[in-house]
Write a protein that binds this ligand. Sequence first.
Ligand code: ATP
Length: 138
Amino acid sequence: LERTLVMIKPNMISKSDQIIPEIEQAGFVILQQRRVRFTPEQASDFYAEHYGKMFFPSLIAFMSSGPTLAMVVAKRNAINGFRQILGPTNSEQAREVNPKSFRARYGTDTLKNAMHGSESQHAAEREIRFIFPDSITE
Ligand code: ATP
């Protein structure tokens, strides 16, 4: 089983009760769950790869604007599998190419796209360690 980090971003945390059963119905097992309120500094560390990009300041402001629900979820091929049901970064594009995806249904635009899912094994390991520093990893 592979693990990936999923987050419900601040604009959609109020929909968690609706979103969590959908994640489970898609075959993912939620191993850990935690509400995090990112400081701007923590959000900058989490999204360090985007430092210097035009959207970085708005991304940091958005991600520290309220609590986020972070989860470690497991399934066979969890990383790619979750990216599939997540949909593309731009929520409007998601509504065109994958209308059933989370971002199509819950996202607003490219910034406020409702949810996050790790994009690679390397990213998943780093992000899980970042949010759940005391979790046991192999
Ligand atoms: P995530 O990493 O959150 O799962 P992603 O891998 O689809 O999303 P990235 O390119 O890693 O997208 O960007 C990280 C986040 O930064 C996006 O989810 C979105 O909130 C924001 N973002 C990315 N590109 C833009 C953009 N052009 N304009 C505004 N915000 C953006």
